[in-house]
Design a protein around this ligand. Structure first.
Ligand code: G1P
Ligand code: ZN
Length: 544
């Protein structure tokens, strides 16, 4: 095997964000750009950590090129074996599943999640460790440090391997196995849920479903599991063929971007159940017939009903939610007598809690839900979890939700996103806000009194690492809460996320429109931030 040592110059801005390195495709297409990042990642591994590597992505434009490059570099860097999904495809949860199943040292996942794809859109790369989860803050930092002073990378010269067929190849001294992207993941799902009960639900004739794969990676997974194994009618999965531009859509499963599904579920004769997942298959949106289920509520309800599915028949250890996620699950945890952790935004913060057995379930308001079955959020898993609950309870999602709210009260939640803000001005606004925090408690914003105001910092209970500046959290005397942070996944300007939530215990006020229920908080946020004056924005771009 002849290893080429290719000289290159460091790029100064390869700092991974909330979930890996995301940039426009043209940035990744610059000579040495991808290679530098991959080499920096490999440089963080010891010789012992170079046995097996899992590689795959969400199928977006440049996925195929990147997969071949990574294979050539893995061979040159001394890996024994690469496992790659057929056609270069692996959903993020399936990659996590394979890393764990085959005891790999880690994996490289090519995805920019729900961001649009195509030659002028986004690409992304992230490294997951041997536990199957996103690299920790410490590893991410050291990859970044290494990108700053890299001056060469290693590569073997070899032909592209045929990714279309399952089989084994040799690249340099390394073995490359092209494996079925779906099979292992599907088996894992069968071990967690009562497939017979769910199949019975489809057979009963009074339950129907639509799953919108949004032209992204989950299509083949959903077709195999929902249609082939569970017997849902053919055509239940729509937009099921992965396209490299996601059909020019924005595969983010929310009511704004999954508008095709929303139109079906809020139309006449809507099916009983609707669901969608995102570009790389780790997010989920759950809908009933003319009913939207907020992801914060979904986490709370899955936790409350966990004992109904085989995976959690023995109970659950604890739960965690990201800080901006509503406090709905906290009430369930209290009732169950289990711990509830509050982490910063980003799945990587759940990893230690899951590895340490402190939690069994976790979730984020951003349509991410998951459990200790792997170390990523998992869109299809959440859908199967819900199907299993419905099959046991024989009720609609709406009925289950209403009963839940009657018991626990309802935590109204909304997120308002302001996209494409001028980055420097947005950062300056946060600096100014942080300076204001100490003086806010005791003051009123409009009619709401501030009870506390903090710049959220998190100490990991397992390794004691500290992460600061994880979002501003302001609590009010009406029980409401306002959280502010800047997105760490965008690729253009800054995206401001404004999260609002408030508990409602009055049984007569449980079916309000969240935007109305939260209007006092929305007004307080307007007054505090003055976005109209600062950025000329009077309305958010996306409301979820
Ligand atoms: C967003 C979500 C966050 C999620 C991440 C990766 O990050 O808000 O919850 O973990 O995508 O899917 P953000 O853009 O807010 O940094
Ligand atoms: Zn995703």
């Amino acid at each position: 095997m002849i290893v080429q040592r290719i000289s290159s110059t460091a790029f100064s801005e390869q700092k991974p964000g909330t979930s890996g390195l995301r940039k426009k495709v043209v940035v990744f297409q610059q000579p040495h750009y991808l290679e530098n990042f991959v080499q920096a990642t490999f440089n963080c591994l010891t010789v012992d950590q170079k046995t097996t590597l899992v590689v795959g992505g969400d199928g977006r434009f440049y996925n195929d090129v990147a997969v071949q490059t990574i294979i050539r570099m893995a061979a040159a860097n001394g890996f024994d074996k690469v496992l790659v999904g057929q056609n270069g495809l692996l959903s993020t949860p399936a990659a996590s599943c394979l890393i764990r199943q085959y005891r790999a040292d880690g994996g490289i996942i090519l995805s920019a999640s729900h961001n649009p794809a195509g030659p002028t859109e986004d690409f992304g790369i992230k490294f997951n460790g041997a536990n199957g989860g996103p690299a920790s803050e410490t590893v991410t930092q050291s990859i970044y440090q290494k990108t700053l002073d890299i001056d060469h990378y290693l590569m073997v010269s070899s032909d592209d391997i045929d990714l279309t067929k399952i089989g084994s190849h040799g690249v340099g001294d390394m073995q490359v196995d092209v494996i079925d992207s779906v099979a292992d993941y599907a088996l894992l799902m069968e071990s967690l849920f009562d497939f017979e009960a769910i199949a019975g639900l489809f057979k009963s004739g009074n339950f129907s479903m639509v799953f919108d794969a949004m032209h992204a990676v989950n299509g083949p997974y959903a077709k195999e599991i929902i249609e082939n194994r569970l017997g849902a009618a053919s055509g239940t999965v729509i937009n099921g063929i992965p396209l490299d531009d996601f059909g020019q859509g924005h595969p983010d499963p929310n009511l704004v971007h999954a508008h095709e599904l929303a139109a079906i579920m809020f139309g006449e004769n809507a099916p009983s159940f609707g669901a969608a997942s995102d570009g790389d298959g780790d997010r989920n949106m759950i809908l009933g017939n003319n009913f939207y289920l907020n992801p914060c509520d979904s986490l709370a309800m899955l936790t409350a009903n966990a004992s109904l599915v085989p995976a959690f028949q023995q109970g659950i250890n604890g739960v965690a939610r990201s800080m901006p996620t509503s406090r709905a699950v906290d009430a369930v945890a209290a009732k169950l007598g289990i711990d509830c952790y509050q982490t910063p935004t980003g799945w990587k913060f759940f990893g230690n809690l899951l590895d340490d057995g402190k939690i069994s379930l976790c979730g984020e308001e951003s349509f991410g839900t998951g459990s200790d079955h792997l170390r990523e959020k998992d869109g299809l898993w959440a859908v199967l979890f819900w199907l299993n609950i419905i099959a046991v309870r024989k009720q609609s999602i709406e009925q289950i939700a209403l009963e839940h709210w009657q018991k626990y009260g309802r935590d109204y939640f909304t997120r308002h996103d302001y996209e494409g803000l001028e980055a420097k001005a947005a950062q300056a606004m946060f600096i100014q806000l942080r300076e204001q925090l100490a003086s806010l408690p005791g003051q009123s914003i409009n009619s709401l009194g501030v009870t506390s105001a903090e710049d959220f910092a998190y100490t990991d209970p397992v390794d004691n690492s500290v992460s600061t500046h994880q979002g501003i959290q302001i609590k009010f005397d009406n029980g409401g809460r306002l959280v502010l942070r800047l997105s760490g996944t965008g690729t253009q300007g800054a995206t401001l996320r404004v999260y609002l939530d408030q508990h409602e215990g009055d049984p007569l006020k449980l079916d309000q429109d969240p935007q109305l229920a939260l209007q006092e908080l929305v007004k307080a946020a307007d007054t505090l931030l003055g976005l109209e004056d600062k950025f000329g924005r009077s309305q958010p771009d996306v409301i979820t």
